[in-house]
Structure formats: structure tokens, C-alpha cells
Design a protein around this ligand. Sequence first.
Ligand SMILES: Nc1nc2c(ncn2[C@@H]2O[C@H](COP(=O)(O)OP(=O)(O)OP(=O)(O)O)[C@@H](O)[C@H]2O)c(=O)[nH]1
Length: 951
Amino acid sequence: MAQSYFAAVQKSPVAPDPVGQYAPHPLTKVAKVQDVQEAYQQERDRLVHAIDDTHSILTDLQKFNKQSWIIRYPHLAPVQPLVAEGNPSGHLRRSLSFADDPESFTDVLHKKTSMKRSLTLASIPDPADDESASSTEVADSEAETLIDPSATSDFHVLRLDLKLGSSSSASSLVAQLEKSSIASLLDDRIRSSLAHVSKLRTRVLDTSSKVLVTGDLNAGKSTFVNALLHRDIMPMDQQPCTTMFCEVHDKAENDGEEEAHIVKDGLGVTYDRLDPSTYTRVAIDDLDALLADQDPFSESQQQGVLKLYLSDTRRTGESLLTNGLVSISLIDAPGLNRDSFKTTSLFSRQEEIDVIVFVVSAENHFTLSAKEFLWNASNEKAYVFVVVNRFDMIRDKEKCKRIVLEQIKQFSPATWEDRDDLVHFVDSASALAHGLLQAHQRKEPENSNPVLSVSDQAQSQRAFQALESSLRTFVLSKRFKSKLLPARTYITHLLSDIDLLAQSNAIVAQSEAERAGEELEAKRPVLEGMLKGKEGLEDGLEGVEETAVKRVKQDAKDRLESALDRVGKGEVGVTSKDLATLPHSVTITPPSLPPYPGLFGIWGYARDVRRTLLASIDLAVKIAEEDARAATVDGVAKVNSLEDKYLSTHPPSAASGTPTGVRTRRVFMPQAMFVPRLSHDKGRKRSNRQRQSATSMVVAGGSQGLGLGLLTQRSDLMEVTFVDILDLNHHLMMRLYPHRGKKDDESDDEDGDDDASASALGTLGLGLGAITMVGGRTIGARGVIEGVMRASDLLFGSNGVSGRWWIAPLVGAATLGFTIYFILELPREIPRTVGRRIRSALNHPDKLNATATSLARTPLTTASTGGSTGSVVAGAGPRFADIHADRISRETRKVLRLAAWDLRERFRAAMEESGRDVKSAEEAEKRAMDAIRWFTQAAERTGCVRVSISD
Ligand SMILES: Nc1nc2c(ncn2[C@@H]2O[C@H](COP(=O)(O)OP(=O)(O)OP(=O)(O)O)[C@@H](O)[C@H]2O)c(=O)[nH]1
């Protein structure tokens, strides 16, 4: 609005001048000045608000870029001409890519107006085809031609010189730039832009305006300046007198003091009002004298600049120097003919000069140097304010006016276009005279114009007032053009850039939100499934362990008990059926009892039988271990199947959702089971070798590896005694108490803890005297005799002498009978006896107690050292089968527990990872949603600001 107003101000038709020599009625002009001032003020305030808002949006953008979202730098590829054709809505299909990923393109519809930019994905229906959408766009239908198909970048201010997509080498260079480095480049750009926005604000709010008054020598410049000031301050003379550049400022700029400062310029000193060493201070009253002393033709004095700080006698609203909106500094320059070079250079050097007022004498028109100056000035600044002075001296005013305007038309057409406002025919002397007090007029009566009548004077005054108004308007208009307009253009461009960043990043955020949403859709069920499956997995793992351990324990117990039963009956502990359960890789000959060597080899026979039976038990232990191994393999397979169920393929529909990065499962080596372990530090170093040797032994079927050495290597069990050959106690028991024979199998307590059996042993022991020596070995005859004696005491009492007479024949007969039986039954009886004794030894809780402890600790290695039966610990202990069943099942439990722990750990890690995945996807989604909101708001904010400063 303001801009158009300013344009209107400059172009407005002027009311016809009834006299034909002066500008329109000053009241019209005054009213116009007020309007212009108001409009200027409005425009300035609007712009300041827009600058503040833009600064705030840009600061937010910078913060958002740093803290929340790495802003991507977009590139819109040039429009494809064919697509762009026939698109009345102004939407153009363009290809959007980003600096950090120049190879990926997205088709977007782009529309840009001065107030708004819209960027939508091309996949979204084209607003041009959508009735409602096109109707909402009508407001912005002034589709701007800013979308230049040939433009290489849509950025104006925040442009990064990345040479996007311009050449293959440049794009490959850009491809190496990471998102973050581009964001940091953008951050630098934003920072410098923020600094510039702040500078713009200061510039827009800056009220100072410099008006350079120049013109031909003696044209009346000083008189004109004095007339503007309503003060007789500049020296005026018919001869050239102005030798210095006199800058007139309001005294407010000098702390309210009226003063003159002669600047020591040209000596490498820059004027600083606060530094008195840069100027010479002169009192205003002494100014006349000082200037009078100046030699107008002295070169050195022409170098000077005089700064005048004056008070304007008029009210603030009327003052030219300060009126609240602008504070004007008037610069009275020496005449052109004198120093045209310096004036020109001052004009071109001093950017801060907003307006040039060129004073020309109506009597002389334009001199050559004046034309030259105006030509240059109008080229650079377009408009020059021309004051045709001394108009009162012209008789044929119309003619003069025509000639002057004709000249202006030639060297400054722009000025001629706005001649009503920019070219003024005045009489400065009379204006000054009118402005000065009556006393001043009396003091200098020669300055009053004798030719003018009272009405002429009034007209002259009005013309000068009109000039003043025009000058003020012109100053504002120039300020608008020099300060407000560039600031507005910059802000508009900046907002457009922010808009582009916001809209393109909103598109990125949208696609990231969708991606995060898809990821969540895939990953949430994985996590939920795992959370739900956790208990199932726990139960499953416990079930697998318990079932397997229970089964292994029971199987081992059954197998070993049945082996012991067979051994107890004098048979080998394992059958060929049992051996069939061994893996194919293990080939073992089924053990068989040695052949009977005859009566004289019975001792060796008993030893061989004992070894064979013990070895068969060891083999049974090995088979039990093999069973357990197979059951453990089965258990581990079940654990693995639980993994498949709860971890690897869950949920089946989202196989890709299986968490990655979870460590791989441990490999179970069944052959490592039941291998003796060494102590920790040694074991670690040697475990591989140990395992290998154990494995090779198993494969070779060696007795060591198969565990056959366990019992057979125990010296206590391998020791053959006479009882192995003739177990009198057992036989007597069987005959005296046949019912105990069966019970014996169950209780294994035949070693005589019964009074009756002890008595029988004592009785039968009497016949053993003759066979105390068999195979050259003492078999404890002394112990037997002592037993017999004790037994007889028990049977008959120590005093029962009367009953002893019949003992001798009875014992003789019994001994004979037993001897015959002994010889005939030995081949069958020895295995039974030995087996029975072995079973008894292994199952006797008291005797095995010590062994049990050692077995439990190191099942295979204790064999060589062997627990002595002498170290019997009192109290009941577990049986052989129980000990091994415990040991074997414990090994199974260990393996399964480890496998379960391993699975649990992996499940936990997978769940944690899945949780992390879900969390990060949730965060990504939230971040993207926040970004969408933020960018949408930012685009709305920029839209509002752009509307606020648009025409
Ligand atoms: N009649 C008439 N005389 C004027 C007018 N303006 C200035 N004069 C006289 O013209 C003479 C020169 O005026 P100055 O103001 O000194 O001119 P100048 O352009 O400042 O002179 P230099 O700075 O020396 O170039 C003075 O005697 C003024 O009184 C005017 O409008 N009408």
C-alpha cells in the first residue's frame, strides 16, 4: 500500500496553477506531506515488525536445525518445459532432491507467489485438478513470474554455493557432503543473515537523512539553505563565498549544543564528534567572522568540512532538520564551477546521501558543468530535486520555465517526468526574508525584493512552502526507496527461502514419519510377541530340563540296577541288547565270563570273573551315559525348537522383524559330556586337548575312555578273597533260612548282621581248618577260628560243656559234604559269589559312603586312587545306581541349563534390541511429527509475515 502510495505521490497529477508560475496550493501539498509521512511511518513500522518476526523465525529455525532436526538443503530441478505448459493454476511439476543425497528425486508441485510458496508431493492430487483447492488459490492468483525455469536455485539469501546438479563432478562432490556438514553450512548462512537482518532493522529505524545542496556558483545555495532553516547562518554574497562543505545538523545531535566544528579532514583524520582532536570547535556567533576570513580561492581552505549543530526555531513538525520521522542534514557544498570534482566525488562517495538538491539560477539556466553533474547524478540516483532559484528576477517566467524544463527533460528524463514535485521555481531570498524576523529584514533591506508586490510575495512564500513539502516528501520517498524497499525485498526473499526450506523439510519429515510408522508397525508386534512369549519360553525351558533330567535319571538308575542284578546272579552286567543302544561309532565286544580253568586255577578264575563283572558294570555305566547323552541331545534340540518358536521366527509374518545383532547360539558338543574336567586354570588351557583325547578314546572303544576302568581299577574291588570262592555264610544262610535267599537279592545284607547267621558261620567255620590255605594264600583262618569259638559260645554258652560230645562227627560230615559240593559247584558258584559280593559292595551304603562322595565329585578319576573300604563312614549312603544316576542326570541338567541360559540370554538381548528398535522408531516418528508440525507452522508464519509486508 505504502509503495503504491509513494508511487501515487510521485505520479499524482498536480492541480493547474492559476498563475502559471508556481506549484499548486501549498495546503494541498501540506496535506500530502502528512499523508506521506503517515504512510511512511506505517510502512516503516510494518517493516520493523516483519523484520522482528523474520528474525525470530530465523532464530527458531537455527535453533531447530541445531537441536531437533538436521535441516536438509533442497534443490528444485528446472521445470520440464512440456509439463509446465498448459498449467493455468501456476503449479509446476519439479523434481526435488537434497544436497546430501542428490541422486534421489521426488516429484513435487511447486507454486510461488509473492506472498506464498506451496510445495506438495506430486503424488498428492494436483491442486489444479481440484475444484476446492483451486478456489482457495484464487486469492494468490497473481502467479509470480519469479519461478524462472532457467533459475539454477530457488534460494536468494540462504543460498549455499554447492553447485547442485550442475555437473556430474560437482554433484559427486556434493554427494560426499554429509547432512550435518550441509546443515552447518546452512547454519553459517543463517547466522550471517541474522546479522544482516539486525543491521536492516537499525537502518530502517535510522532517521538520519543527508540532503546535499549543490549547484552552480553563486546560484543562491546558501540563501536557499538559510531559507530552509529560517536562519541567516550561511554566508551569502554576490561573490563566490562558500568555500567549505557545510553540514547542518540539528543541535540534538550535539547534546543540544549549538556549535560549529571545523573538521581536520584530509590529514588522515576522520571526524569524530566525541574526539575534539579531530576538529576545531567554533562558536556559532564567531562563524561569520571565520567564514569571512576564508579565501575563496585558497586550495587548502577548500579542503575543509564544517559541521554545524543548530537549533531550528520552528516547531518540530515544521522543522526540516528534524520532524520525528527523519532528521535531515543539509550539506551546503561549494559552487560547482569552483569544485565540481570534489562535489561529484563527495556525491558518489557518500552512500549516506539520500537526496541531491540542485540549485540553479533562473537567470543563467544550466551551465555546462551543471548539466554534466545532473546527467551523472540522474544516472545514479534517478531523481534529483531541482531548485530554480532567483525566479523573482525573471520577467517572462513562463518562457524561463519552459526552457529550464526542456533542458531537464534532456539530461534527466526521470526528473522531468516528476517535474511537478521535483522542479521548483522559487525565490530563496524572499523566502528567507519572510522567514526571518522583521528586525532581520530591517537590518538587511537590500535583500528584500523591490520588484515583488505583496501578492507576489505571498505567492512566492507559498511556492517555497510547496518546495519544502515536496522536499520532505521527496526525502521520505527516497528513504523509502533507499532503505525500506531494499529491506523489504531482502526480508521477502529471506522469508521465501525459509518457506522453501520449511516446505521441503516438511516433505522429508512426512516421509520419515511414514517410514518410522512402517517400522513401528513391523517392530511393535515383534516386541509384543516376545513379551507375551517370555513366560511360555520360561515354562518350556523348565519343562524341557525337568523332563529330560527326570528321564535320564530314571533310565540310568534302571539300567545300572538291572546291570547289578545280573552281576549279582553271576552274569555280565550288559547284554548284547544293551550294547545295541551304543552309537555306531563305538564298537565294543560284549564282555563274557572267562572259561573255568580247573580246581587249581580257581583263584585266578575268581579274579578274572571279578574283573569281567566289574568291567561289565563299568560298561553299563558307559551305556547309561550314552543314553543320557542322547537324551541331552534331544533336550538341546527341544531348547532349539523353543528358540525357533519364540525367537527366530517370531512373528512368522514378520520374519524380517527378527532382531539382528543377537549373538549366535552356543554349539553343543555331546562328546564333551562326561569328560573329566580339570581345575579351572589348567582346564581352560587343556580342555580342547582333553576333549579330543576323550573323543578319540570313545571312538576307539578303549577301556579308559569308556569308563571301564572305574571299578576295575579299584584295588579294593579287585581284591580276591577266599569268600569269593567259598561263601559259606551265604550258603548256610540259604539253607538255614531259604526265605532269605530272595530277600537277599533285595537287601544285599548278607555280610552278617544277623545273630542267626553269625552263629551258623561260627558252627561251619569249625570245618575250615583244612582249607585255610588255597593257592598259597592265607584266607584268614585265625579270624575264622575265632569266629567259630565265638559262635560256639553263642550256641552253647561258655558253660555248656555237656553238649559238646556230638559236635566232632557232625562237623566232620558237614565238612566232607561241603568239600564235595565245593568242588562240583565251583565253576558256577564263583561267578555268582563274586557277582553277589560285588553287588553287595557297591550297594552297601556304609561301605560306599566314602566312595560316593568321591564319585560325585570326579566320577572317572577317583577310580585309580580308589576309596578304601576301610574308611567306612557310619550311616546310610546312596547306592551305586543312585550315585551314577545323580551324576549322569546332573551332567544333563548342566548342559540343558546352559543351553536354556544361552537361549534366555539371547532372548533377553533380542528383546532389548527389539525394545530399542521400537523406542528409536517411536522417537523417530515423534521427531518427524514434531518436525512436520514445526515446519508447517514455520511456513504459516512466513506466509503471514510475507502478507504483512506485501503491497
Ligand atoms: N534576487 C534574488 N537574489 C538572490 C536569491 N537567492 C540568492 N540571491 C542573492 O544571490 C547572491 C548569492 O547568493 P549565495 O547564497 O551566496 O549564493 P551561493 O550559491 O551560495 O554562492 P557560492 O556559495 O559562493 O557559490 C546573494 O547576494 C543573494 O542575496 C533570490 O532568490 N533572488
